[in-house]
Design a protein around this ligand. Structure first.
Ligand code: UDX
Length: 440
C-alpha cells in the first residue's frame, strides 16, 4: 500500500490525514507552520471539530500518522500526495488566492524523483488542475511519470470526520485511467460501503465542487428572499420551506431562512466562481450568484435595522447581547460569520455589544477586540436591552426564557435562526422577532 502525504493541516488536511490513518494508511502530514505542526504532533487540534481530537490521538498512537515541516521528507516518504491547502478569497479581488496551491506544487515538484501521484483536494477555479499537471510534468525530475488526480472534498465543518469517512460521493478527475486504481485502494473502505464513484476529466471534477457550493448558497438565498416576502405578507417561511421541501425534487435541507450563510467556503466560493466565469466569458450566466450574495449580505443589515427599530430608533448606548459568534453551530470558525458581522455593525451604531459563544470566543477576542465577550449566557444578557440569537447552538435552545427574563432590562429577542419556540418565549413574557415568520 502506498504511503500518503497530506499537505496543509487546516480543517480539510488535518481531518483527511487523521481519517486516512484511521483507515489503515501510513500518512505523513506537512505544514509550513512549525508551531502548528509542533502542537498537532502532541494531539492538539487547533480548531473545534467534533470527533477529530480522539481520532488524531489514536492515529498518532498507532504510529500511522507522523508530521513534518520538510518538503524533502514528504517527497522521500510518500508516493501519493494530497494537496489540502487553503484557497481563500484574494485580498485584491473576488477571485481565489491560489498562492498556497502554487507554492505547494512548486515546492514539491522538483523533489519528485520517482513516479508519484499528486491528488488535489483544495477548492480551486476551473483550469487550475491542468496548470498543476503541466507544472508537475515540467518541473519534477520524474516528469510525465508524475500524475495528477483531482479529487474535490465536500466536508462540512462540524461533520468533517463523518463526511471524510463516509462521503456522499467520491469524484476523481483523471488524465490516466490507471490512477483510478490507486485511489480506489486509498478509498477502499468507503467504496466498499457503496459510496458512488464518479470518474471524470479535470475540469468536470473541479466544477463539481464549485457547482455544489453555488447550488447550496443559492438555495439558502432563495428561501431568504421568500422570508422577506413572508414578512410583508404575514406568511410563515418555515411552513413554506416544509411544504415545498416535501417535493423530493426540491428537498427540505438548506432551506432554513435566517441570517444566511457564512464561513470559509460558500461566500468565497461563489465569488471565485463569478470571477472565473467572467474570465471565461460567461459572466452574465452567473449574475444570479451576485444576487445570491447580495440577498445573503442584506440579512445582516436587516437584523441591525430590526434591532434599531425595536429599541426606539437608536442603538446608541444600548446594551445588546449576542448569542452565537461561530458561522454555524458545532464549529469555532468565525470566518465571514454573519453573527459577528451583525455584532460588529451594532457596535458601530454605538451599541454596547456582549458576545457569547460556546466555542468561538478565543477567536472573537483576537479578531474583534472591540467587542465584549462573556463566558456564560447569563453574563452576556445581564441588563441587556435586546438579545440576538444568531448561531443556533443546541445550548441556546435549552435556555429557560422565564429565568432569562429576570436578568435582562427588556425582554426582547430577535431569533436570527428561526428555531426558538414562539409560544414558550411569548408565554415567558418576551417579544420575539423572526426573519420571515410572524413573531409576537
Ligand atoms: C460548506 C458545504 O456544505 C460543504 O459541502 C463544503 O465542502 C464546504 O462548504 P460548511 O462551510 O462547513 O460547508 O457549512 P454549511 O453547513 O454548508 O453551512 C454554511 C452556512 O450556511 C452556515 O453559515 C449556515 O448557518 C448557513 N445555512 C445553512 C443557512 O443559513 N441555512 C441553511 O438552511 C443551511
Amino acid at each position: 500500500m502506498a504511503k500518503l502525504s497530506v499537505i496543509g493541516t487546516g480543517y480539510l488536511g488535518l481531518t483527511h490525514a487523521a481519517c486516512m490513518a484511521s483507515l489503515g494508511h501510513d500518512v505523513i502530514a506537512f505544514d509550513i507552520d512549525t508551531d502548528k505542526i509542533a502542537s498537532i504532533s502532541k494531539g492538539q487540534v487547533p480548531f473545534h471539530e467534533p470527533g477529530l481530537p480522539a481520532l488524531l490521538e489514536q492515529a498518532i498512537a498507532s504510529g500511522r500518522l507522523t508530521f513534518t515541516t520538510s518538503w524533502q521528507e514528504v517527497a522521500d516518504q510518500a508516493d501519493v500526495h494530497f494537496i489540502c491547502v487553503g484557497t481563500p478569497q484574494s485580498a485584491y479581488s473576488e477571485a481565489a488566492d491560489l498562492s498556497q496551491v502554487r507554492g505547494a506544487v512548486q515546492s514539491l515538484a522538483p523533489l519528485l524523483t520517482r513516479p508519484s501521484l499528486v491528488v488535489g483536494k483544495s477548492t480551486v477555479p476551473v483550469g487550475t488542475a491542468q496548470w498543476i499537471a503541466d507544472t508537475l510534468a515540467a518541473e519534477s525530475p520524474a516528469g510525465l511519470d508524475t500524475h495528477l488526480v483531482w479529487n474535490p472534498e465536500f466536508l462540512r465543518e462540524g461533520f468533517a470526520v463523518e463526511d471524510t469517512l463516509h462521503p456522499d460521493r467520491i469524484v476523481l478527475g483523471v488524465s490516466h485511467e490507471s490512477d483510478v486504481e490507486t485511489l480506489k485502494d486509498v478509498y477502499a473502505t468507503p467504496l466498499g460501503e457503496g459510496t458512488p464513484l464518479i470518474v471524470s476529466d479535470y475540469p468536470t471534477a473541479e466544477l463539481v465542487k464549485v457547482a455544489a457550493n453555488a447550488f447550496l448558497a443559492t438555495k439558502i438565498s432563495f428561501i431568504n428572499a421568500f422570508a422577506d416576502l413572508c414578512d410583508v405578507t404575514g406568511a410563515n417561511v418555515t411552513t413554506l420551506a416544509d411544504a415545498i421541501g416535501y417535493d423530493t425534487r426540491i428537498g427540505r435541507r438548506f432551506l432554513n431562512a435566517g441570517i444566511g450563510f457564512g464561513g470559509g467556503c460558500l461566500p468565497k466560493d461563489i465569488r471565485a466562481l463569478q470571477a472565473r466565469a467572467g474570465e471565461l466569458g460567461v459572466a452574465e450566466q452567473f449574475d444570479f450568484l451576485r444576487a445570491a450574495d447580495d440577498i445573503n449580505l442584506s440579512r445582516r443589515t436587516k437584523v441591525v435595522e430590526i434591532a434599531k427599530a425595536a429599541l426606539g430608533g437608536s442603538l446608541d448606548g444600548k446594551k445588546v447581547a449576542v448569542l452565537g459568534a461561530a458561522f454555524k453551530p458545532d464549529s469555532d470558525d468565525i470566518r465571514d460569520s454573519p453573527a459577528l458581522s451583525i455584532a460588529g455593525a451594532l457596535h458601530e451604531h454605538g451599541a454596547q455589544v456582549t458576545v457569547h459563544d460556546p466555542e468561538a470566543l478565543p477567536g472573537v477576542r483576537t479578531r474583534y477586540p472591540h467587542l465584549a465577550t462573556a463566558e456564560s449566557v447569563n453574563e452576556a444578557v445581564a441588563n441587556a436591552d435586546i438579545v440576538l440569537h444568531l448561531t443556533e447552538w443546541q445550548e441556546y435552545r435549552a435556555i429557560d426564557p422565564q429565568a432569562l427574563r429576570t436578568l435582562v432590562n427588556n425582554p426582547i429577542i430577535i431569533d436570527g435562526r428561526n428555531v426558538l419556540d414562539l409560544d414558550t418565549w411569548i408565554n415567558a413574557g418576551w417579544a420575539i422577532t423572526y426573519l420571515g415568520k410572524p413573531g409576537s
